[in-house]
Design a protein around this ligand. Structure first.
Ligand SMILES: [Zn+2]
Length: 383
């Protein structure tokens, strides 16, 4: 799975250079899985063995989800697409891949390796279970459960509805066959919403105790199970809708270049101006988020709100802008011919809110995120 609200999470480390985070909501699932495993493992086991096995199995489940996400991220990296991190949260994991793939083949491969990894893990755990046999009962029960859950993860993620991996594969196939990215996204979103509403309907009917679902499928889902399925459906629907909105949002930048959207007016201040003056006279009074530092029309760097926040407030009056700024050679820049949408993507990748536009080594303008968002809003309203 990809793209979700991943705020309120904390950092646990890096794998292949990719930062890993855990959202607080994930602990709820971790606790639920551990408790439910401890209660379903054989009652003949001592409580210590049951709880230890439940905890270890739960942790291995956590590693399996991570393995699924790492597969997406590593393949994205191999296509040159930056990965900001992986976050585990209540519905599993999300890879924060900086931008969408530009070719259907890359999109399909990035999407399909997640479920393939889950399938491979299922095979691995089934293998260990078979080797363990009845003599190593604890190991066999644990790996049996892990094999089944990984198989479920693979199958669930292959459901062809956006934003699930299967939905991405479907979109990539449509994109490849029809050559139209937008039409492919639209269809994958519609299928995704259909899947989401099926989940909501099945979940609600089961929670209400209607016998229809049990008669049709032979499954007895129960009240809590039904609520959970409906909840997953609701989550899938909101993710599919937000994908659609994001696409419409991006479409409204189509046709613009950096030259069209940049600010040409580049008032510069001297590098010897104190940060206190920068804040009092420029940022606050003129409602700006960054200031250019330089002299005689030559840009040395920029001071952003982030640069200022990095300096303790009591040092603002004795720190000069030149020492706090991001120097020009450390800044990413774009050419005047760059498409506005790719400028926005470059800003996302570099995690900055503004970017200089450079033409033959001369800074000719600045593009800011605020300005791009303003254009998008205006165009959406005019439509
Ligand atoms: Zn996935």
């Amino acid at each position: 799975m990809r793209e979700a609200d991943t705020t309120s999470s904390f950092y646990i480390g890096r794998v292949f250079g990719i930062p890993l985070g855990v959202n607080y909501s994930w602990f709820i699932i971790f606790a639920l899985v551990t408790v439910s495993l401890a209660s379903q493992f054989p009652m003949l086991w001592t409580p210590e063995i049951r709880w230890t096995a439940a905890l270890v199995t739960s942790l291995l489940f956590f590693c399996s989800v991570l393995g699924h996400e790492l597969a997406h991220s590593v393949v994205a990296l191999s296509f040159g697409i930056p990965v900001k991190g992986i976050t585990l949260f209540v519905f599993g994991g999300v890879s924060q891949i900086a931008r969408e793939a530009t070719k259907p083949r890359a999109e399909a491969l990035i999407a399909v390796v997640g479920p393939l990894m889950s399938l491979a893990l299922a095979g691995l755990f089934y293998g260990i279970q078979a080797l363990a046999g009845p003599r190593e009962e604890t190991l066999a029960v644990m790996t049996g459960w892990l094999a089944a859950i990984n198989l479920n993860l693979a199958v669930f993620n292959l459901i062809p509805g956006f934003p699930l991996d299967g939905g991405r594969v479907l979109r990539a196939l449509l994109w490849w066959v029809r050559g139209d990215y937008r039409a492919a996204t639209r269809i994958a979103v519609i299928v995704g919403r259909g899947v989401a509403w099926t989940f909501i309907l099945v979940g609600a009917l089961s929670a209400l105790g209607t016998p229809v679902i049990a008669e049709l499928t032979g499954l007895r889902i129960g009240f809590l199970g039904g609520l959970w399925i409906a909840f997953i459906g609701w989550f899938l629907d909101s993710a599919a809708t937000s994908t659609h909105n994001q696409m419409a949002f991006r479409e409204s930048l189509a046709g613009y270049t950096a030259r069209d959207v940049m600010t040409r007016d580049l008032p510069m201040i001297s590098r010897y101006t104190s940060l206190q003056r920068v804040v009092d006279e420029n940022l606050l009074l003129q409602d700006q988020r960054f200031l250019l530092i330089g002299s005689n029309g030559i840009l040395d760097g920029i001071v952003t709100l982030r640069n200022i926040r990095a300096v303790p407030k009591e040092r603002w009056s004795i720190t000069i802008a030149g020492d706090a700024m991001t120097p020009l050679h450390r800044m990413k820049y774009v050419s005047p011919q760059a498409e506005a949408l790719s400028v926005l993507e470059s800003m996302d990748e570099a995690d900055v809110n503004q970017m200089p536009v450079v033409d033959r080594d001369i800074v000719v303008g600045m593009v800011s995120r605020d300005r791009l968002l303003h254009i998008i809003r205006l165009r959406t309203e005019l439509k």
